[in-house]
Design a protein around this ligand. Structure first.
Ligand code: PMP
Length: 352
């Protein structure tokens, strides 16, 4: 930090890798362009060779229409939103911005989404892996994570599908005021009442991750969002790529976030939840132990998981099994349309 007094820094600056504080954000082609009709500032081609948008030009780093569209949808102010290549990129940006390699660590509560620890390890950042309780709740005492810069909480949790209450997450935000609590809401459209988005204004240590890959059906487009107070956003802007979101992707994303796009999404969510309920009921009836889910998937435990795995595989159904010791008897099923759900249930009836 050098000459900068620690006491004048905000929380995000105190937590950031110190060397970042001396950097200026990269000025992308669209930012240094100024005003005018002739753009010769970024070594772009003047020739638009596509039927699509102006693909000869670099996009905005943070396309304003995309940020506005997500702001309108999420009811979070545009100043508190950053977009990028999926929630996975946001995880990586957080680790790069806040964790000193070889010194700092992140905390996770497992079993949970694998990319938090993979991303940390690729940057030589430590992982303090704590356990969720027997019923997949956060442990009552989370003070063991106090030495970590970032605390990842996945809600609904992948791969268990379980949800944590807003009250519990708010308690954690109060218990860990000097750390960033990153709530991964990748699946929140399937249980929107569990979102902590409206706590953003009250907690400078809260960061929320979102994605268009799940309910919005755009996994192939790679578009996700990080939402936080502006101090955190400013630090993230020091490490983000100059052009993280390709122009065709922001066009698709803005479309998905239009009124029509949102109503399609809401209809899909209802359909998937109904099919998920059918699948869960069938599995329960067949003797599996189904974990109640707030997401678009469920985790089911089987007495003889190998038989179920092999039976699904032989029928050409690709589901996810796990190596985590707590999950060895479990299979995760993503919810799907009615016809495929019928087939899956028929195959399961055959196996079990
Ligand atoms: N968080 C969780 C909990 C996820 O399950 C996933 C996708 N598997 C991601 C983040 C990454 O999403 P994206 O496609 O936006 O990178």
């Amino acid at each position: 930090v050098g000459a900068i007094e620690m006491s004048t820094l905000n929380l995000a600056e105190r937590l950031a890798r110190p060397e970042l504080l001396n950097l200026e954000p990269y000025q992308s082609a669209r930012r240094i362009g100024g005003r005018g009709d002739i753009w010769i500032n970024a070594n772009e081609s003047p020739f638009n060779r596509t039927e699509l948008a102006r693909l000869n030009r670099y996009p905005e780093c943070q396309p304003p229409e995309l940020i506005e569209a997500y702001s309108k949808y999420s009811k979070v102010p545009a100043a508190n939103i950053v977009c990028g290549r999926g929630a996975d990129e946001a995880i990586e940006l957080l680790i790069r911005a806040f964790c000193v390699p070889g010194r700092d660590s992140i905390a996770i509560f497992g079993p949970t989404y694998g990319m938090y620890s993979i991303s940390a390890k690729t940057f030589n950042v430590g992982v303090n892996a704590l356990s969720l309780t027997e019923d997949y709740a956060l442990p009552a005492d989370v003070s063991g994570v106090k030495g970590c810069k970032l605390v990842f909480i996945c809600n609904p949790n992948n791969p268990t599908g379980t949800v944590l209450s807003v009250e519990r997450i708010e308690q954690v935000l109060q218990q860990l005021p000097e750390q960033l609590v990153v709530v991964d809401e990748a699946y929140i459209e399937f249980c929107p009442e569990y979102s902590v988005a409206n706590l953003l204004a009250s907690y400078p240590n809260l960061v929320i991750l979102r994605t268009l890959s799940k309910a919005f059906a755009l996994a192939g487009a790679r578009c996700g969002f990080l939402m936080a107070n502006t101090d955190v956003i400013n630090i993230i802007m020091l490490v983000i790529a100059p052009y993280p979101v390709p122009l065709p992707v922001s066009t698709l994303a803005v479309n998905a976030l239009s009124d029509a796009g949102i109503s399609n999404m809401l209809a899909d969510v209802e359909l998937l939840k109904a099919q998920g309920k059918r699948l869960g009921d069938a599995l329960t009836e067949l003797g599996a132990n189904v974990v109640p889910s707030g997401a678009n998937f469920l985790l089911a435990y089987f007495d003889d998981v190998a038989t179920v795995s092999n039976g699904l595989k032989e029928a050409g159904i690709v589901a996810r099994a796990y190596r985590d010791p707590r999950l060895v008897d479990a299979i995760r099923f993503s919810f799907t349309n009615e016809a495929e759900t019928n087939q899956i249930i028929a195959v399961l009836r055959n196996i079990l």
